[in-house]
Design a protein around this ligand. Structure first.
Ligand SMILES: Nc1ncnc2c1ncn2[C@@H]1O[C@H](COP(=O)(O)OP(=O)(O)OP(=O)(O)O)[C@@H](O)[C@H]1O
Length: 607
């Protein structure tokens, strides 16, 4: 295996364990009951009822046999009528229950999709999108959520099989109590059936990173964008070999686990089979045994076998798929809750002092390397602050801490003297705004795409037009056939696509929508634009930031372009996770340190 490929355990390393299975399942059932109490109760009641006529078939067959052997017309008639009644009741219940369950399934499906989407949006941090182990959990849940309604179908079926098992056991006990020992013989089977999916799931989870890598490489090999690069570099064969290795590393351990558990299952089936044949032989050889009781043992026993088999299969599904989805959903609920933040203080209306970093250190969850260390900074109210540094110096991380996508692991950040973590998270997010290098392409009509930057002013056309103007996106909108009313995104009716840079300008306009933010974060929001355009946009912006700034807004600007950076009031130079220099362009140039060195190398190329 290549050193760059993931080891099987990396993803789940040091993650908090998933919640326990059965309590999670109970939680999901409670959700289902809250969402659809009537349909759920009706389905359960019918499931229990449905078991009775099915089991009684053994009794009717025994009666018919006794009627034939004894030439008893009453037994014969009763048995035949019972058989007909059982068949009719089974059919009627099956049809009604089938429809009810389908309706319940559809409704629960909609409910759970909404619930998972809401939970994902509620998670206040980015951790579940950035940490490999969480990505695995969410990826499985994303596909699993479409099947969560089946969990209920599975539970009903399970309940049905166990009710049948109980009925048939009573029936066997009426022939001879010793026949209940057959249930004991079924126990190892049920134990193995419960254990098997757990082992297979553990094997699946251990190799999940290989699966993710395989899918990633497959997408690389089959998508247009990477396709260009792969052909130019001639990497096809290497990628194909890596993908094959990834799939093999993913598949082989799972197959091994499956073979071992299948062997155990076969053994326990054999134990049950021997016990069943033994029970029939034993009953047949008992003195005074009647043909009717042999028929009863045979039919009840074979039904017992069928029920055990079905219960085992259903238990496997329940344990392997539904229990796992339930655990993931319960985890996501807990996770969303844990990231909600405990702060309650409202952010100030306007900044007077600004934002301070006191000894701030940060390591991404699940890692030990500090990507920010001992950061002391004062970002004065009303200022435009540029953050520069080499790739990986921690610029975006600093921005993420300010947006509270993560909390510092050491030190603290304060806003006008109040700890950022003491502020109500939602309240703080409502007072910040931003545009980022990895922006979202929101495929709506252009005015919505921009207006979503400030939900309360979504339909405020002048506000949208002003934001478009400030972001230098007016030419983009002018070029659209329907102006701000144009549908963006080629996959929609009348939808048009715009270039990467144009999407980025619209995203920047979205970032400018909030008119009174306390903090505006611009993390390389114009990286796709040429240096002159970026320069022009920020020249206009910084002039505005100084003249129309009633809230003491701090603007953080991350850029690699020194022609833009030099316009800032304050420049923070990050180097190897620490703040190397802070000051105005002139002061830093006079200092002759890292900034002046970088400026001299780079500025010539862009300014
Ligand atoms: N989600 C993450 N999990 C673990 N490490 C991360 C994560 N995101 C970033 N890092 C690491 O943190 C360090 C700082 O990353 P950051 O994105 O803040 O750098 P940057 O200065 O913005 O870089 P660039 O100029 O390339 O955008 C890098 O070494 C990066 O590998």
């Amino acid at each position: 295996m290549s050193r760059s490929e993931p080891t099987a355990t990396t993803a789940e390393q040091e993650l908090e364990p998933m919640p326990a299975g059965w309590p999670s399942m109970l939680r999901i059932v409670r959700h289902g009951y809250r969402a659809e109490p009537k349909l759920l109760s009706a389905s359960l009641a019918m499931t229990v009822l449905e078991a009775l006529p099915d089991v009684l078939v053994a009794v009717w067959l025994a009666l018919i046999t006794r009627g034939i052997v004894n030439h008893d017309r009453d037994d014969l008639l009763l048995g035949a009528l019972g058989l007909a009644a059982s068949a009719t009741a089974t059919w009627a219940l099956q049809v009604t229950l089938g429809r009810t369950k389908r309706r319940l399934g559809d409704r629960l499906n909609i409910y759970f999709q909404g619930h998972v989407a809401t939970l994902q949006a509620k998670v206040a941090t980015l951790e579940h999108h950035e940490r490999p182990g969480y990505l695995d959990r969410i990826a499985v849940l994303r596909t699993g959520v479409f099947a969560l309604d089946h969990l209920f179908a599975s539970i009903f079926t399970m309940v049905g099989w166990f009710v049948r098992l109980a009925f048939v056991s009573v029936l066997l006990a009426t022939i001879h109590p010793a026949l209940l020992l057959l249930l004991l013989a079924a126990l190892p089977l049920l134990v193995v059936a419960t254990w098997r999916p757990k082992v297979e799931k553990a094997a699946e989870e251990a190799v999940a990173p290989h699966g993710r890598l395989g899918r990633h490489l497959f997408l690389l090999g089959t998508s247009a964008g990477p396709g260009k690069e792969i052909r130019v570099t001639g990497n096809q064969d290497d990628l194909r070999a890596r993908r094959r290795r990834a799939w093999e590393s993913w598949f082989a351990p799972q197959r091994a686990a499956s073979l071992v558990t299948a062997a155990w299952l076969a053994l326990t089936w054999a134990i049950f089979g021997v016990a069943f044949v033994g029970a029939v032989a034993w009953i047949a050889h008992r003195p005074g045994v009647t043909a009717a009781s042999i028929v009863l043992v045979l039919t009840a026993g074979s039904r017992l076998t069928a029920y055990v088999g079905s219960a085992v299969g259903e238990l496997g599904f329940l344990r392997g798929i539904w229990l796992d989805s339930a655990k993931r959903l319960a985890w996501l609920e807990d996770f969303a809750q844990s990231t909600a933040g405990t702060g309650t203080q409202a952010p100030p209306d306007r900044l007077t002092d600004g934002i301070r970093f006191d000894g701030v250190g940060f390591a991404y969850p699940g890692t030990t390397r500090r990507v920010l260390d001992g950061v002391d900074l004062h970002l004065p109210a009303g200022s435009v602050v540029a953050v520069v540094g080499e790739n990986g110096a921690g610029k975006s991380t600093l921005v993420k801490l300010l947006a509270r996508m993560y909390d510092p692991t050491a030190g603290r950040i304060t806003v006008d003297g109040t700890d950022l973590s003491a502020l109500d998270l939602r309240g703080w997010r409502e007072r910040i705004s931003g545009a980022f290098q990895d922006f979202a392409r929101l495929e709506f009509r252009a005015h919505t795409t921009v207006g979503l930057g400030d939900l309360p002013r979504l339909d405020d056309r002048p506000a949208v037009a002003a934001a478009v103007e400030r972001a230098g996106a007016t030419p983009v909108v002018d070029q659209l056939a329907g102006g701000l009313d144009t549908q963006l995104g080629p996959s929609w009716d009348d939808g048009v696509d715009v270039s990467f840079g144009q999407w980025q300008k619209l995203a920047l306009a979205r970032g400018y929508m909030r008119h009174e933010p306390l903090l505006l974060m611009l993390d390389e929001p114009t990286a796709a634009l040429d240096a002159e355009t970026e320069h022009a946009i920020f020249e206009q912006f910084t002039a505005g930031a100084r003249s129309e700034n009633d809230t003491g807004r701090v603007t953080i600007l991350v850029s690699h372009r020194f022609s833009t950076v030099r316009m800032a009031d304050l420049i923070v130079v990050l180097d190897g996770s620490r703040v190397a220099e802070v000051g105005s362009h002139e002061a830093l140039m006079a200092q002759g340190g890292l900034y002046s060195e970088l400026y001299t190398i780079r500025a010539g190329a862009y300014a």
